[in-house]
Ligand binder design. Structure first.
Ligand SMILES: Nc1ncnc2c1ncn2[C@@H]1O[C@H](COP(=O)(O)OP(=O)(O)OP(=O)(O)O)[C@@H](O)[C@H]1O
Ligand SMILES: [Mg+2]
Length: 369
């Protein structure tokens, strides 16, 4: 059993700076939880408190049934993998893997079996007799993973473990770690994970659930699909999804959303979800849900630039003083009438949101319960 719970967890650093503002988070046994957010939002501080590397100044941390606030790192049944793999440079891979067990006086034969098992799982058997300097970045990161895995911890903690790798290797390590997690889970081994990243793609592709943080507060905790489809506020809407969601200021009047001299006729798909009509409103629509159209009644925008991405193009345009982006198929773009720089866009209202510009809250989510 390795459920992890943070209750009103708080961190005030020595100088008096409050980095973590009483956060609550419940990570289920075997769950892969991603902490994501911009630089400085306190992802590492939170993770380091869970690991026991940073003192807790308020609230509690539970691993399984135990409150671990006062336990030293070695007694918490956790293993941590950092961005810099911190392998011992003078030890071969085999000894790097075995080191923790050796310190714990585990019998030799048992260590050898554990090293073999971990090496097999991570496909690093051919590397066992090499020194760290003879490894590529991806190989070194796999050895670092192996050192965590061999401890059979209750909870795995990762702090940006892939950010030193190039894009291609990152993508393949993402898949590898996710598969490893599935496998540990299927084999009934402890597999609760808290994984820190600032990369929304990593968060979206790896997490069972994602905890989005900002300035030491939690903005939303939900599955990747839920965050994408139903962002709780403007911050989450802007942080999750690529290219970023378009957010256009305006006013709601009756069943219309007015933006400058144009308006969008809202229908039941959006009005039916609206639980408030804020004074200062913002219309949110993802680039993928804003389609080029030739039908009347669309929004007219001025095309500024085009990015060719291969099978699709990103069209950057101006609408009522806002920079907006839409995604179109390459063929669709080729077939477009480009006599002038106007484009006409039709938002999919079933996928659109209304935000309160002042509080940032999404006011177009059906109320829970
Ligand atoms: N030892 C410290 N003393 C005082 N303030 C600190 C200390 N360590 C971190 N902070 C501050 O706490 C806040 C959170 O830092 P933290 O390293 O947890 O952020 P992060 O989300 O991990 O950022 P990044 O994505 O850049 O790694 C920042 O404002 C940081 O400046
Ligand atoms: Mg950090």
């Amino acid at each position: 059993m390795a459920r992890l719970q943070l209750n009103k967890l708080e961190k005030v650093y020595g100088g008096g700076f409050k980095a973590v503002h009483g956060i609550d988070l419940d990570v289920a046994d075997g769950e892969f939880m991603v902490l994501v957010g911009p630089s400085g939002c306190a992802k590492s501080t939170t993770l380091r408190m869970i690991a026991g590397l940073e003192e807790v100044t308020g609230g509690e941390i539970r691993i399984g049934e135990r409150i671990v606030n006062a336990l030293p790192p070695g007694k918490r049944e956790i293993a941590m993998v950092f961005q810099n793999y911190a392998l011992y440079p003078h030890m071969k891979v085999r000894s790097n893997l075995a080191f923790g067990l050796k310190l714990a006086h585990v019998p030799k034969a048992q260590i050898a079996a554990a090293v073999d098992e971990v090496a097999r799982i991570l496909e690093i058997e051919p590397l066992l007799d090499r020194l760290p300097k003879q490894l590529s970045g991806g190989q070194a990161q796999r050895v670092a993973l192996g050192r965590a895995l061999i401890k059979k911890p209750e909870v795995f903690l990762f702090d940006e473990p892939l950010s030193n790798l190039d894009a291609k290797l990152r993508a393949s390590m993402r898949v590898r770690i996710t598969q490893l997690h599935k496998r540990l889970k299927a084999e009934g081994m402890s597999s609760t994970v808290v994984y820190v990243t600032h990369d929304q793609t990593e968060a979206m592709t790896m997490g069972d659930r994602i905890c989005v943080m900002k300035d030491g507060h939690i903005m939303q905790v939900a599955t990747p699909k839920e965050l994408y489809d139903r962002p709780a506020n403007l911050f989450v809407a802007g942080f999750i999804g690529s290219p970023e969601m378009n957010v256009i200021d305006g006013q709601i009047a009756g069943s219309n959303f007015h933006l400058g001299d144009q308006s969008v006729a809202l229908d039941g798909r959006l009005l039916g979800r609206l639980n408030q009509a804020p004074d200062r409103a913002a219309f949110g629509i993802r680039p993928q849900h804003l389609k080029l159209t030739s039908a009347p009644g669309g929004l007219s925008a001025r095309l500024r630039s085009v990015e060719f991405m291969g099978h699709e193009v990103y069209l950057h345009a101006q609408l009522n003083g806002h920079d907006i982006t839409t995604v179109a198929g390459s063929a669709e773009y080729d077939a477009m009438n480009r006599a002038d720089d106007r484009i006409t866009l039709s938002p999919d209202l079933g996928q659109a949101h209304i935000f309160d510009r002042d509080s940032g809250a999404n006011v177009s989510l059906p109320l829970a319960g």
